[in-house]
Design a binder for this molecule. Structure first.
Ligand code: UD1
Length: 420
């Protein structure tokens, strides 16, 4: 396992560009199974979750290559509907492939997916939605075997606006006869990106970004031989870089972003006393020496405060002047970073889904362990403001969603070394 050693007491300063969103590219890669055309994807992040997804596509018979900053994917020769068990267990998003494999082959077979251990992460909403589309689903010995040869469009109401279930069902419904209407759908920007991609493939999908999405089979439009798509920028990486500047009194211009996608994060940074200058596709942050407390952060589905930003804001609260409260409503097990912050001198009381954080003036460097992707990134960012060296173990978690986080931070003033 790799580790990152952070010198600490550094100031983040300068300008940084944000690449494509992990949560956008993963379902879009699954969606490439819905076409026989070559897909050219721009702004693809070079992260390990993408590698895992590409390896799954390859096992199914697809091929891919990188040229410059473009990723070419061709699934015309995909021939199997059985997902590789080992690779699928590595990646929670492998579950998205169930919908696209069903739409492509009429059948699908996979194991329960893996991913960060941030909670139970059940897939009941995915499976019950598929059943409503007239898919037969058999679960046996850890495998899920689906037959969707007679899929039919229908009305599906999600009990909870699950991001993955919404995306999975959008893709499955593209192979069903007739119209599907998903209500209480998730409204994340990445779902709008998936819709934009599906429309380029010729599918009639509307409503993404609202809680009602309609999918109506194939449109009769000419699809070019090479379908071009640019992935939207990663709002969580953007928010992470803003937090990096905020925690050490930094001054940073974060560009190539969609500021509207990060409004809830910006509002919390403002409450913490940061000055924000918001442009069309950038945010300039200048932070004071001591942040103010953030009275209440409650994670919610979009457009509420994103659970993926919770750990990063948690890091800021550990050094803020005052007491902050964070309530994690989305995943039940997403405070695994709390005991690690305690090793750095943070003062935290945690009960169930609520953390009360009494800010200290300084964190101290310590040897800590990333327990999941965002919690790991938060520890790296906390190390920027700590007195002394902070070593973060289990960097592989962080590599799932950040393109070498140390290079990004070092380019704007940090001093972080990776040891493999
Ligand atoms: C996606 C994101 C992840 C983000 C999360 C919430 C991707 C690749 N990942 O994950 O980064 O943290 O959204 O914004 O896009 N649930 C059920 N039954 C289901 C499905 C989900 O009960 O069938 C519950 C989960 O346990 C969790 C909540 O719904 O409590 C949210 O999960 P969901 O929106 O599905 O998250 P993911 O799609 O896994």
């Amino acid at each position: 396992m790799a580790k990152l050693i952070n010198e600490g007491r550094t100031r983040i300063q300068g300008e940084i560009s944000i690449g494509g969103a992990k949560n956008s590219i993963l379902p879009i890669l699954a969606c490439t199974l819905l076409t026989n055309k070559t897909v050219r994807i721009k702004n693809c992040p070079k992260i390990s979750d993408v590698n895992n997804m590409l390896n799954i596509l390859k096992t199914l018979g697809g091929s891919y290559y990188f040229e410059g900053d473009s990723l070419y994917v061709d699934t015309a020769k995909a021939e199997t509907y059985v997902m590789p068990p080992d690779l699928s267990r590595e990646l929670r998003s492998s579950i998205f492939m169930l919908g696209s494999i069903l739409a492509r082959f009429g059948q699908a077979c996979c194991v329960y997916p893996g991913g960060c251990e941030i909670g139970n992460r059940p897939i009941g909403l995915h499976l019950s939605g598929l059943k409503m589309l007239n898919v037969s689903v058999i679960e046996e010995e850890g495998s899920i075997i689906c037959n969707g040869e007679n899929m039919e469009g229908t009305a599906i109401h999600l009990d909870y606006p699950s991001v993955g279930a919404t995306e999975n069902l959008m893709m499955a419904a593209s192979g069903a006869k007739g119209k599907t209407i998903i209500t209480n759908a998730a409204r994340e920007p990445e779902i709008e990106d998936l819709q934009a991609f599906m429309r380029k493939l010729g599918f009639n999908v509307t409503g993404a970004g609202t809680s009602t999405i309609e999918i109506d089979g194939k449109l009769d439009i000419e699809v070019p031989d090479v379908v071009d798509h640019k992935i939207i920028s990663d709002r969580i990486v953007a928010g992470s870089m803003l937090c990096a500047a905020a925690i050490c009194g930094g001054n940073l211009n974060v560009k190539s972003i969609e500021p509207l996608h990060i409004s809830s994060t910006l509002s919390k940074l403002r409450e913490a006393g940061c000055n924000l200058d918001i442009g069309k596709s950038n945010v300039h942050i200048s932070a004071t020496d001591r942040l103010k407390e953030i009275r209440m952060i409650e994670t919610l589905p979009h457009p509420g405060f994103p659970t993926d930003m919770q750990a990063l804001l948690f890091a800021l609260c550990t050094v803020a002047d005052g007491t902050s409260i964070i309530v994690e409503n989305v995943f039940e097990n997403r405070f695994k970073h709390a005991p690690e912050f305690t090793k750095m001198g943070a003062v935290i009381t945690q009960r169930d889904r609520t953390a009360i954080i009494r800010g200290v003036k300084h964190l101290r460097g310590a040897h800590v362990t990333a327990q999941d992707l965002r919690g790991g990134a938060a520890l790296v960012i906390a190390g920027l403001a700590a007195w002394g060296y902070t070593t973060v173990d289990n960097v592989e978690f962080i590599d799932r969603g950040y393109e070498r986080i140390e290079d990004m931070l070092n380019s704007v003033g940090a001093n972080i070394t990776r040891i493999n």
